[in-house]
Design a protein around this ligand. Structure first.
Ligand code: 6GU
Length: 279
């Protein structure tokens, strides 16, 4: 998967070089590129903001640098030989003339069949809420571009213009306000990248996680069996896999009812059986 992030604080994104996401990049599962918006300014002060039309507090990000930045990262499609995909190396490919990009690499107008083009994600507290379901949708894409706004946001015309060359999604990570999109992008990239095949060592560990099936996860325990007078629930030491599974499901149901009754209420009818309803 190709990921581009445009920001006036590219260093903010450096934690993405660490840990599992960093390793995914080394393994070629992820091609993450962070760009400095100011590289697309042309004045001496590398200006990216200006006062809002109509007045009011704060500053608005100017459209010109964003237009050039997005032209560069949305247009620059990984359709030549740039995608690290070992499995496809034995598939015969029509000879690609190195250097000149084929015209079907541009997502303009009627894009070629199959290639849906990049998704542009604009982090904003005014966006739709980023959920595990959205993370799953985005994990199926080939190319995501994140446009990090600061100040009061980006001139709306940039978003409208981008909508003609990419699928655009304004995304919020929750009902609170951050100073800019960078931290939200870190959150989204981590949530998306861990769903890509090969990023997480044991993919079964994804199945019963909170927010995958609408229930929160069960509490977990490890050795020692007694710690500071507190014992591990005996059922977990019983070796009875059926009882363990039932206990874990009960704990998930109880925990969800206690801390997130909204999630329980949103479950489809068939998600709970008669036994579940007795908990
Ligand atoms: Cl994506 N951006 C900002 N600035 N604030 C937020 C947010 C995003 N999501 C929640 N709050």
């Amino acid at each position: 998967m190709r990921l581009d992030v445009v920001s006036i604080f590219p260093d903010y994104l450096s934690p993405l070089r660490l840990s599992l996401i960093g390793r995914a990049q080394e393994k070629g599962l992820l091609d993450l590129r962070v760009h400095d918006l100011r590289d697309w300014t042309h004045d001496r002060h590398r200006t990216v903001d200006d006062t809002p039309y109509g007045g009011g507090a704060g500053m608005v990000m100017k459209p010109e640098p964003w237009g050039e930045a997005l032209e560069a990262v949305l247009g620059e499609r990984p359709c030549s030989a740039s995608e690290p995909d070992a499995a496809s190396s034995d598939v015969p490919e029509p000879e690609a003339s190195a250097g000149d990009a084929p015209e079907d690499c541009m997502p303009e107008g009627s894009s070629s069949a199959g290639a849906a083009g990049p998704v542009l994600i604009v982090p904003s507290p005014a966006g739709e809420v980023f959920t595990q379901a959205v993370a799953r949708e985005l994990a199926a894409e080939d190319h995501l571009v994140f446009a990090c706004g600061r100040y009061e946001g980006i001139d709306q015309r940039v978003i409208d213009w981008a909508g003609e060359r990419a699928r655009v999604r304004m995304m919020s990570i929750g009902d609170y306000v951050l100073n800019g999109g960078e931290v939200a992008v870190m959150v989204m990239v981590e949530a998306i990248a861990r769903l890509l095949p090969g990023v997480i060592g044991n993919p079964e560990s994804l199945d019963e996680e909170s927010h995958e099936d609408g229930l929160l996860e069960y509490p977990v325990y490890t050795k020692p069996a007694e710690w500071r007078g507190r014992e591990v629930p005996p059922v977990l030491l019983s070796g009875d896999h059926g009882r363990v599974a039932r206990w874990r499901r009960d704990e998930r149901l109880r925990r969800t009812a206690r801390v997130r009754p909204d999630l329980l209420a949103a479950l489809p009818e068939e998600a709970l059986d008669r036994r579940d309803r007795e908990v």
